[in-house]
Design a protein around this ligand. Structure first.
Ligand SMILES: Nc1ncnc2c1ncn2[C@@H]1O[C@H](COP(=O)(O)OP(=O)(O)OP(=O)(O)O)[C@@H](O)[C@H]1O
Length: 233
């Protein structure tokens, strides 16, 4: 059994003739502590899948086994607990709380769980010790994404879900953020899942799942990932 086993998962939008499958009998597995990338063009169904894995949405068909438990069967309360305790989310647009400082944003996340890491230490670990009392508007895009990563990591999540985490960042800053995400899996023992349309990023991953038109095309394990610093695009 893998850490994530998605089995024949489907998600439909609309009804009757206008119904479309956003995910069509999707199956794949990701092992614990892997850094996985789900890659595919716009509209392929990536965000739908990520939302389902994060317990923000439920599939119409299939099983979503996380550590052996089918979260597709969870009720609202179980999904809320799952999102709060097991998952760290990182979005393209950071989603920080504007009137809270770096430290306060991270502290707020720490309060959600019983055994968080030390917020100050995590802020230091993402390289933002010198920005600890700044508000999001005073930070660069890359710094804001680091706050978002610290906010996710402070909960010690088992699974870090990242939706186009470098989509709003310039090339060099994007590389630094990806490098930090890769380190996160090593330092914090998390399983990391990144979705992106940027195929150039895939050599850095331990596993690449290629989706297109709602279906999984390939799921490949990469024995020798390339450090992100060595990847050019
Ligand atoms: N709430 C919704 N209602 C209706 N259709 C939806 C909804 N969410 C997604 N879809 C459709 O499902 C398909 C998959 O969308 P999804 O957002 O998962 O793709 P994606 O691969 O993440 O694309 P992008 O890279 O552009 O974000 C698309 O055709 C989209 O229009």
């Amino acid at each position: 059994m893998s850490y994530i086993d998605v089995m024949n998962e489907s998600k439909f939008y609309g009804e009757g003739d206008t119904q479309i499958a956003a995910n069509d009998k999707v199956s794949f597995s990701i092992a614990e502590n892997e850094f996985a990338i789900i890659v595919g063009p716009s509209g392929a169904g990536k965000s739908t899948l990520l939302n389902i894995l994060g317990g923000m949405d439920t599939p119409d068909e299939g099983q979503i086994l996380i550590d052996g438990t089918d979260i597709a069967q969870f009720n609202e309360k179980q999904l809320t607990n799952y999102r709060r305790e097991d998952i760290g989310f990182i979005f393209q647009n950071y989603n920080l709380i504007p009137n809270l400082t770096t430290l306060e944003n991270v502290e707020m996340a720490a309060e959600l769980v019983d055994h968080p890491l030390n917020p100050e230490e995590v802020v230091e670990a993402v390289g933002l010790g010198h920005r600890i009392n700044n508000f999001p508007a005073q930070l660069s895009g890359g710094e804001q994404q680091r706050v978002a990563i610290a906010r996710a990591l402070v909960k010690k999540p088992k699974l870090l879900l990242c939706d186009e985490p470098t989509g709003a960042l310039d090339y060099q800053t994007g590389k630094q953020v990806l490098s930090l995400l890769y380190q996160s899996k090593e330092l914090y023992n998390a399983t990391v899942l990144v979705i992106t349309h940027n195929r150039a990023l895939t050599p850095m991953a331990d596993r690449v799942i290629d989706i297109s038109d709602a279906k999984v095309l390939t799921n490949e394990y990469n024995e020798h990932p390339t450090p992100i610093a060595d990847i050019e695009w």
